[in-house]
Design a protein around this ligand. Structure first.
Ligand code: SF4
Length: 688
């Protein structure tokens, strides 16, 4: 019995799902997961978790886990030893680089991998291959928010902490299905709203749970958020309600900005968004009457042709009303994946080194060149959207992608699949044989978070450690070890024996992390960047200054980019987002029985009006067809959506996968796909 007890182990980890960054103890016995036990000292969640954090772990023992490297043979794969797989990879990398140059190779990091793994992936690209072609999936979600914040306040992350959101007098949620996408964070808002008199305004196409609870709920026409935001800002300025002293002391560019607001009258906004003037005035009054305003937003804002500009408009509004640098206020672009913040923070971006230092900056580049003993190209590399085009054009020959199901989550996936087929050589590293891996030449078996050490950074810029609970299954290995083996076969001479050494190197190079160390992150301790050398971190940004040379923020004028227009026959607007129980394309959650038993598949939400017009019932099977592809899915009639706006959860790996419908159109400033600008026609395939 004693021996059996010895096999029971308690390990601190960080959730592998969303960007809230809940941490907890996981109890295991051999490979069995006994329970997940949140702790009071967990900084982001305390004793709370959601259904995914609590029950979404048995995918680690799924029979579908990859346990051996796979090498393509014709239409199928055969199992191989590491030696053979790595030898093939490094030979192909070397040959391609020799024949076509380093920019014929590209690297995709994962927002589910650790910070240290993101650091190594960009180091492999830049420091070993010699290309800046490296990106990660934040391009698919919050890169527009990062740009909007870079433009205005200088750091591309949440400006405060979850506790600030909790204490705000007014919370505004725009295009975020918070209670399903960031459940534990949503609970904090629900509690403050119910018990502490916090006001809540929600803007969304769909009447989600937060909308149900809100004081004001608006449903602007698709893609028009920038209009009502700018009209409200203009009204505040016109009424003399702007925060004069904040603007005088801490902000540049006021005159040009005010001029740019001229078109955004209340009348214009009412016409463009469908929101009544008196509602817009009420929103402006509520903002002006609140001492602290926090704005939360997500993909409903960013995944549009003008996603960066709308994010910028949010930040402009916060600057005009002085809602930065004080507890309870600020901008909160909610991060999707558990480590989507960290994947960018640690340099897996085509134009930024770790800590967001620019590739084009000679001084910064030479710092890395000296440290790594290499020459790094001056020009930014390709982002993941450009990579797909470059493959089609014949300029990109080899891709190495880890932990990312690009073949399902990128937009217009038929086009992406064709690109994968055109590659000379494609390496995919994952824990399962994903849709993307099906196109690979070599598939490498990686280890999920419970089987390795490292750090994740949550939506509030909080770096937290995860400890190893289980041994890697079969022959799978932690991503950082695999990347190091690839690099060393290319003569890199890396000798990291533990992720802490990788973090130490990153901290020595990137000023944003200079005080980050594993010792300072022991157990439930955490640090929010920027972290000074002495270990002082930054739960709230911009208290005294903004990170620009003169310390002042910048108002940034923006214009409305109207959403895509489709032919009349595509008369259904297809909105998309998450379900609480599943995570993204569902690679992990569909392999967790605790979750699939609750929600085995997705459904299309249809309004009662559309249902009666077309004769749809719960369970009717329909086909939606856009100019780019089609999906088959069953209907669910609900008043959460209205008119011809339908909602298709993105959590499907098969015939209902939303990205068969989406186009290659993208945000004009960041190339983030305009996933939310989809129209389709509908036909009934089978009555209920
Ligand atoms: Fe995990 Fe997010 Fe749920 Fe927390 S809220 S348990 S981080 S999925």
């Amino acid at each position: 019995a004693a021996m059996r007890e010895d096999r029971i182990k308690k390990t601190k980890t960080v959730c592998t799902y969303c960007g809230v960054g809940c941490s907890f103890d996981v109890w295991t016995k051999d490979r069995k997961i006994l329970k997940v036990e949140p702790q009071v000292e967990a900084p982001a969640n305390g004793i709370s978790t959601c259904v995914k954090g609590k029950f979404g772990w048995d995918y680690v023992n799924s029979e579908e886990r990859l346990t051996k490297p796979l090498i393509r043979e014709g239409d199928s794969f055969r199992e191989a030893e590491w030696e053979e797989a790595l030898e093939l990879i490094t030979r192909k990398f070397t040959e391609t680089k020799k024949e076509y140059g380093p920019d014929a190779l590209a690297f995709i990091s994962s927002s589910k991998c650790t910070n240290e793994e993101s650091y190594l992936m960009q180091k492999l690209a830049r420091g070993v291959i010699g290309t800046n072609n490296v990106d990660n999936c934040s391009r698919y979600c919050q890169t527009p928010a990062t740009l909007g914040l870079f433009r205005t306040v200088g750091y591309g992350g949440d400006s405060g902490s979850i506790t600030d959101i909790e204490m705000a007098e007014l919370v505004i949620i725009i295009g975020s299905n918070t209670s399903e996408s960031h459940p534990v964070l949503a609970t904090r808002v629900k509690r403050s709203h119910k018990l502490k008199g916090q006001k809540l305004i929600v803007a969304d196409l769909r009447k989600n749970e937060m909308a149900d609870r809100s004081d004001i709920f608006i449903q602007p026409s698709p893609g028009s958020d920038i209009v009502w935001l700018s009209a409200v800002t203009k009204y505040i300025v016109d009424q003399g309600w702007a925060d004069e002293s904040f603007l005088n002391n801490r902000v540049n560019g006021l005159d040009d900005y005010i001029k740019s607001l001229e078109p955004f009258t209340l009348e214009y906004a009412e016409e463009a968004t469908g929101i009544k003037k008196d509602v817009l005035i009420k929103i402006a009054e509520d903002i002006s009457n609140s001492n602290t305003v926090s704005v939360l937003w997500a993909m409903g804002v960013t995944q549009h042709l003008g996603g960066s500009d709308t994010s910028t408009a949010i930040s402009n509004l916060l600057l005009i009303t002085g809602n930065y640098g004080k507890p309870g206020a600020g901008s909160y672009p909610l991060r999707g994946h558990n480590n989507v913040q960290g994947a960018s923070d640690f340099g897996s971006m085509p134009d930024r080194f770790p800590g967001y230092e620019k590739v084009t900056d000679d001084e910064v580049r030479s710092k890395y060149e000296k440290n790594w003993g290499v020459t790094i190209p001056k020009e930014p590399g390709l982002n993941n959207h450009e990579m797909i085009s470059a493959v089609h054009e014949g300029n990109l020959k080899v891709m190495y992608l880890k932990g990312e199901d690009m073949g399902l989550v990128d937009s217009n996936i038929n086009y992406v699949h064709e690109a994968f087929e055109k590659l000379d050589f494609f390496v995919v590293q994952d824990i399962f044989l994903s849709k993307t891996a099906e196109f690979a030449d070599v598939v490498l078996p990686a280890a999920p978070s419970l089987e390795k050490e490292g750090t994740f950074t949550n939506t509030e810029r909080r770096v937290q450690r995860l400890y190893q609970a289980l041994e890697p299954l079969g022959d799978s290995k932690p991503d950082w070890e695999i990347i190091m083996e690839v690099a060393n076969r290319l003569n890199a001479g890396w000798s990291y024996s533990h992720p802490s050494e990788i973090m130490a190197e990153a901290a020595s190079l990137a000023p944003l992390y200079s005080g980050v160390s594993y010792e300072r992150l022991e157990g439930y301790k955490s640090l929010q960047w920027p972290v000074a050398k002495d270990g002082t971190d930054s739960p709230l940004l911009f208290i005294d200054k903004f990170p620009f040379p003169d310390g002042k923020a910048r108002l940034f004028p923006v214009k409305w980019t109207k959403p895509l227009e489709f032919d009349e026959e595509y008369d259904i607007h297809v909105n998309n987002g998450r379900l609480l129980e599943h995570f993204h394309e569902g690679n992990m959650t569909y392999k967790s029985k605790g979750i699939t038993s609750k929600i085995p598949n997705v459904f299309l939400e249809v309004s009662p009006e559309l249902a009666s017009e077309r004769g749809l019932e719960d369970g009717t099977l329909v086909r939606l067809t856009s100019p780019f592809g089609n999906v088959k899915v069953e209907c669910l009639i609900t008043d959460r959506v209205r008119g011809k706006e339908v909602y298709l959860p993105m959590n499907d790996t098969g015939e209902g996968a939303i990205n068969y419908l989406t186009s290659s159109h993208a945000d004009k400033d960041t190339d983030t796909p305009a996933y939310k600008e989809v129209s389709a026609k509908m036909e009934i395939l089978r009555a209920k």
